[in-house]
Design a protein around this ligand. Structure first.
Ligand SMILES: Nc1ncnc2c1ncn2[C@@H]1O[C@H](COP(=O)(O)OP(=O)(O)O)[C@@H](O)[C@H]1O
Ligand SMILES: [Mg+2]
Ligand SMILES: [Zn+2]
Length: 514
């Protein structure tokens, strides 16, 4: 007997349809999986066998062949277990599973991993699978109950959640009623809820706060330079609290990636707040970019639509910094493995921090720097080229002053800064309506020309700065974009000289050290 079950596989963060065909024929007991299956899929054999027996059903002691079609696409992971088990039971005429016995395909897409006792365990990447399957026209799904919350955010599907093989079998056989999942409405998460820090706790540091506000408003990357203990990490942690709320589409993109990486919190179901990722400088290149033997998204993709915070930037191996080029330019990362090339989204705001020199005290008012000029130069040159060129705002963070630290005055809270950020973002949404880009930071060259027209006075100021500070062409573009954001924060249509002047002040590394 032959049965066919609809299932789905994952490639990158997209799902692809897989048909699980099970053939049972007379012969010595034997189980074979064909169709480019990896070890985890091949091991389905043991799990499926035990799960069927331990659920009290008959396991056919015959020749079982499972084919995963299309045969030329690699299948990974245990997510085919449930479909294979149901397929076997459907193909075995001794089991009471109607509908399949005629050999026609089931009306459900069946997804789930099995444990030996017949429990259905959650699978990675369910959300992207449902989204892909919905566009392919599939309507009805049987999924693991642990994935239910995640699935509830996808509208327009009939989804049945099961926690065991027997529940799935009895439901398909019509002996058990299961209510389809109720679709949930998305509510953007408050950064506060996530325990994000609030700027009201950061005393003083007006300049750094201002730079971070501009960064949030225009989607710009920031580098903070300052001695240890000056509050750089604290400032970075506060940054997500002033970013605009995620839209549902953004949240789905983020959730897809986290789901595929197996980092989704099943109790939340959807990632509703912007991610904040802080990979350590000792992290491997693969963990940053993704890929590896079991291709999975890396830190920079997990930071998609959120923040990637690189603390102690010069400590990261040059090779890692080089790899950030592509994502910083076009918001994606392509990772290649032996036979497979996958592209993951990686559109994040980069917040980086570093000491001004190896000892950390260069430029300090209170402490003495012990480094030689060549040591400082060597330290800074590690981040020159690849990264520095792609950072719009350089900001120096000094040690917090005692008076600031002890001041009674209330610091502005994140909510109030966020309101200004939201306003500036609204202006950009209008400006870039119908275009691919949504932020000033990502303006193309023609867009920069069009939206960053300068008055004669502003033009003159920029020229003077450009010539005196020997700025690069790239720095020139960065200044225009940042000035555009500063003008947006002020609600000004025109970029004024003061906006240009402030933007130039954020290019300190271009002129100071290198
Ligand atoms: N401006 C500030 N206001 C309040 N506390 C601060 C400030 N700057 C630093 N601190 C305190 O000092 C600690 C160390 O700061 P941190 O952010 O780790 O510095 P850095 O990353 O620059 O080395 C913080 O956790 C915080 O308690
Ligand atoms: Mg720090
Ligand atoms: Zn030093």
């Amino acid at each position: 007997m032959l049965s066919k079950i609809h299932c789905y596989g994952l490639k990158g963060i997209e799902g692809f349809a897989v048909e699980v065909e099970v053939d049972i024929s007379r012969g010595l007991p034997h189980f074979d999986v064909v169709g480019l299956a990896d070890t985890a899929v091949k091991e389905a054999k043991e799990r499926v066998h035990s799960a069927i027996k331990n659920s009290g059903y008959n396991y056919p002691l015959k020749r079982i062949t499972v084919n995963l079609a299309p045969a030329d696409v690699k299948k990974e992971g245990p997510l085919y277990d449930l479909a294979i088990a149901i397929g076997i039971m459907a193909a075995d005429k001794d089991n009471d599973v109607p509908d399949f016995t005629s050999g026609k395909a089931t009306p459900f897409v069946i997804l789930g991993e099995l444990s030996l006792n017949g429990e259905v365990k959650p699978v990675k990447g369910l959300l992207p699978i449902l989204i892909s399957a919905r566009s392919a026209g599939f309507k009805r799904f049987i999924i693991p109950s642990a994935n239910a919350l995640e699935a509830s955010y996808i509208q327009g599907l009939e989804i049945f959640a099961v926690s065991s093989l027997s529940e799935a079998v009895e439901f398909i056989a019509g002996h058990l009623q299961i209510q389809p999942l109720k679709a949930l409405q998305f509510v953007p998460g408050q950064a506060q809820e996530q325990g994000a820090m609030d700027f009201k706790f950061v005393k003083g540091q007006a300049r750094a706060k201002r730079a971070l506000e501009i960064a949030a408003a225009g989607g710009h990357n920031v580098l903070m330079i300052g001695p240890p203990g000056s509050g750089k990490s604290m400032l970075a942690k506060c940054f997500p609290s002033i970013l605009p709320d995620m839209t549902f589409e953004e949240a789905l993109e983020v959730t897809k990636i986290h789901s595929v990486a197996g980092e989704l919190d099943f109790k939340k179901g959807i990632v509703s707040s912007r991610p904040f990722r802080t990979p350590h400088h000792s992290a491997s290149a693969v963990s940053l970019t993704g890929g590896g033997t079991h291709s999975r998204p890396g830190e920079i993709s997990l930071a998609h639509n959120g923040v990637l915070y690189l603390d102690e930037l010069p400590e990261y191996p040059r090779q890692c910094l080089e790899m950030l080029r592509q994502p910083l330019e076009d918001g994606t990362i392509t990772v290649a493995r032996s036979a497979l090339t996958v592209t993951y989204p990686a559109n994040f705001t980069l917040i980086a921090s570093m000491n001004p020199c190896p000892c950390g005290n260069y430029g300090s008012k209170h402490k003495e720097c012990k480094c030689s000029p060549s040591q400082i130069h060597k330290y800074l040159s590690k981040i020159s080229g690849p990264i520095l060129d792609r950072i719009d705002l350089h900001v120096e963070v000094d040690d917090v002053e005692f008076d600031d630290l002890r001041a009674e005055r209330e610091e502005e809270n994140s909510q109030s800064i966020k309101q200004r950020v939201d306003k500036a973002r609204k202006i950009q949404l209008e400006r870039f309506r119908g275009m691919k880009n949504f932020s000033n930071a990502k303006m193309s060259v023609p867009a920069t020309k069009r939206f960053c027209k300068l008055s004669q006075e502003s033009e003159q100021l920029l020229r003077t700065a450009f010539e005196n500070l020997k700025l690069s062409a790239r720095a020139h573009d960065r200044i225009l974009k940042v000035a555009r954001t500063i003008a947006d924060l002020e609600g000004e249509e025109e970029i004024l000289p003061e906006h240009i002047a402030e933007a130039i002040a954020y290019r300190s590394l271009d002129r100071k050290y290198l």
